[in-house]
Each structure stands twice: as structure tokens, then as C-alpha cells.
Write a protein that binds this ligand. Structure first.
Ligand code: 2DT
Ligand code: MG
Length: 218
């Protein structure tokens, strides 16, 4: 096994209007200021052919059966999985805005008996597993005060409420340990400091010298 230090794999998750994009940008900048090489990513990655189908679906320009769109979101992660592993092996820290937790929770939030959390998680098994997943939590009321939702597919208060409940459910299940709740209802700088502190703690751990793990079956 090589002795060079691999990059960390950090995911920022959360509800719409929780400040994910802002905090993603600030975390990446802060890590670079500390001398780390950083690869910024975001899911869905709307630039690939699969991502373009997802984009059209979210904007209401096309229809997809619920399982089909779920599998497209997952395929959109699989098409970059190798590049995540390569970057991390090369010592670059990968920071992603949304990953498989969003994938599981948003699909399961549709409330279909044939689309449970367990079913939704299966296609994600084998993807690179994050070292840390930060869940930016905000109450639906506070989110609404931040200017309301846009008009993409899942941006309704009923959906957001269910998504939040399911995130908490997911934390009780075997993946729960690496998900850390961040109170995103505070000021931007407070949230930024909290995130940076947690990321630095994870990056200091000795397990960073070992290879990246994979998402395991339940
Ligand atoms: P953004 O607003 O962050 O672009 O997300 N979503 C996301 C899913 O339903 N499944 C997934 O796998 C991912 C990554 C969350 C657009 C919407 O897509 C949802 C919000
Ligand atoms: Mg959005």
C-alpha cells in the first residue's frame, strides 16, 4: 500500500434553500486556502447526456416513470465514479453538492409502496463511500422565509417536508454514522465555521491513508 495521503471525500447534503451551494463554494475555497487540491462536483451533473434527461425532467419538459428517473440519477453518479476514485487516490479532496442520500430520499419521498428507501438504495451499492456527509438542516418554515421555492419538480413544501423526515430516517439506518447534521438556520459564517471544523477533523484521521470504501449493501 502506498504511503502518500489520499484526498478526502466530502459530501454536502440538505434541503432546498439550506444554503448548500453557498457552503459548497466556501468549503472548497477554504480547503484550497489551506493548501489542499480540491475537485468540485455536483449531482445531478446536468452536462452529460443522462444529466440532460434529468434536467429536462426536473424542469417539467419531459416525463419519466418514477423508477426510471431514479435509475437515471444513479447512473449519473456511476458515470463519474471512476473519476472520483482517481482524484482521491491522487491526493485531491473531492467535495460534492448532493450525492446518493439525495438520490435515495427524494425518490422514496414520492411515497410509493414499490419505491422504498431500501429499493432506492440498491443501485448505489458499490459507489465510492464518503468520509463525511454533512446534512444542512433547516425547518420548512425557515426555508420558506428565505425567498420561497423555485419551480422545479420537487420544490413544493409537501415534498420538502417528507424529504426532511426521510433524511432523519436514513440517519437511523446503517449509513447513519457518517451523516452529521449541521444547523443551517444560522448565519452563513457560523455554518461555514462549523463545516470547516468537522471537515478538518475528518481529514486528520489516520483512516485517510487507507483506500476509499464503497457503499455496502444493507
Ligand atoms: P439541485 O437543485 O441540487 O440541482 O437538485 N435529486 C438529486 C434527486 O431526486 N435524486 C438525486 O440523485 C439527486 C442528486 C434533488 C435538483 C433536484 O434533484 C433531486 C433536487
Ligand atoms: Mg434545486
Amino acid at each position: 500500500m502506498s504511503t502518500h495521503r489520499r484526498g478526502a471525500f466530502i459530501v454536502i447534503e440538505g434541503l432546498d434553500r439550506a444554503g448548500k451551494s453557498t457552503q459548497h463554494a466556501r468549503l472548497c475555497q477554504n480547503l484550497e486556502n489551506h493548501g489542499h487540491r480540491v475537485k468540485r462536483m455536483k449531482f445531478p451533473d446536468r452536462t452529460t447526456p443522462i444529466g440532460k434527461s434529468i434536467d429536462a425532467y426536473l424542469k417539467g419538459e419531459s416525463q419519466q416513470e418514477d423508477h426510471v428517473i431514479h435509475l437515471l440519477f444513479s447512473a449519473n453518479r456511476w458515470e463519474t465514479a471512476a473519476s472520483i476514485r482517481t482524484a482521491i487516490e491522487e491526493g485531491t479532496t473531492v467535495v460534492i453538492d448532493r450525492y446518493y442520500c439525495s438520490g435515495i430520499v427524494y425518490s422514496a419521498a414520492k411515497g410509493r409502496d414499490d419505491l422504498s428507501l431500501k429499493w432506492a438504495r440498491e443501485p448505489e451499492v458499490g459507489l465510492p463511500r464518503p468520509d463525511l456527509c454533512l446534512f444542512l438542516d433547516i425547518t420548512p418554515e425557515a426555508a420558506a422565509k428565505r425567498g420561497g421555492f423555485g419551480n422545479e419538480k420537487y420544490e413544493t413544501s409537501a415534498m420538502q417536508k417528507r424529504v426532511r423526515e426521510l433524511f432523519y430516517e436514513l440517519m437511523q439506518l446503517p449509513d447513519g454514522q457518517e451523516i452529521k447534521v449541521i444547523d443551517a438556520g444560522r448565519g452563513i459564517e457560523d455554518v461555514e465555521r462549523d463545516i470547516m471544523e468537522r471537515v478538518m477533523r475528518v481529514m486528520a484521521q489516520t483512516k485517510m491513508t487507507e483506500g476509499l470504501e464503497s457503499i455496502l449493501p444493507w
